[in-house]
Design a protein around this ligand. Structure first.
Ligand SMILES: C[S@@+](CC[C@H](N)C(=O)[O-])C[C@H]1O[C@@H](n2cnc3c(N)ncnc32)[C@H](O)[C@@H]1O
Length: 187
């Protein structure tokens, strides 16, 4: 919802360059793939999604892009399933057109973030809970270095970035999003 209602309209106003999304601690890949599906459904074509996680096992599953019936039943609307998956045995496989936009890489959030690009949006959901307050703050500061000014950070439903850091809290319909302050205050 945040992607569709906030990020996509905003990226359309901003000229040039692909939309770059980082799904950090992406586990078995549902989030990066569903971001790609949402963007395709919104008519966005020029974008890339980087999915990273600490665990080689979950990344191997993410790269396979195969999910059981039970997994797709959890929160995936039927029309999305029909549009973006094909049958694979008793489960479902993410379509090549979606995979083409998604890349997976091993990354520990305690290390410097991927520096080879500036992201428009970072998803960092349900992972900060594993760290103490000081480490959380360090991670959020490091992540801010690879986000363009005015770019977005999406945390889990019950999570917020501490005030006083680089992230401004923005209340949007049906949730909270964080936004990287723009030098001089213009976005
Ligand atoms: C509870 S899952 C959340 C997955 C997904 N973001 C979501 O909201 O559904 C937490 C994930 O964080 C990953 N993780 C834990 N510590 C990490 C670290 N230091 N760096 C990167 N990923 C980490 C785990 O491997 C796991 O896949």
């Amino acid at each position: 919802v945040l992607l569709r209602d906030v990020v996509v309209p905003e990226s359309r106003r901003r000229p040039g360059g692909p939309l770059r999304v980082w799904s950090a601690a992406c586990s078995t890949g549902q989030e990066p793939y569903s971001v790609a599906m949402t963007l395709l459904d919104e008519g966005v074509r020029d974008f890339s999604v980087l999915g990273t996680d600490l665990s080689r096992e979950v990344l191997a599953r993410a790269r396979e892009g195969r999910y059981s019936q039970l997994e797709v039943n959890r929160g995936l609307p039927a029309p999305v399933l029909v549009r973006h998956f094909s049958r694979s045995g008793t489960g479902w496989e993410v379509a090549a057109a979606v995979r083409a936009h998604v890349e997976f890489r091993l990354h520990n959030l305690l290390d410097p973030p991927p520096r080879d690009r500036q992201f428009d949006v970072v998803f960092l959901r349900n992972v900060l809970i594993y760290f103490d307050a000081a480490t959380r703050r360090d991670i959020l500061t490091r992540v801010a270095r690879v986000v363009r000014p005015g770019g977005f950070l999406v945390l889990g439903a019950a999570e917020t970035a501490p005030p006083g850091g680089p992230w401004e809290r923005v209340d949007v319909p049906r949730g909270i999003i964080h936004r990287l302050a723009v030098p001089g205050g213009r976005s």
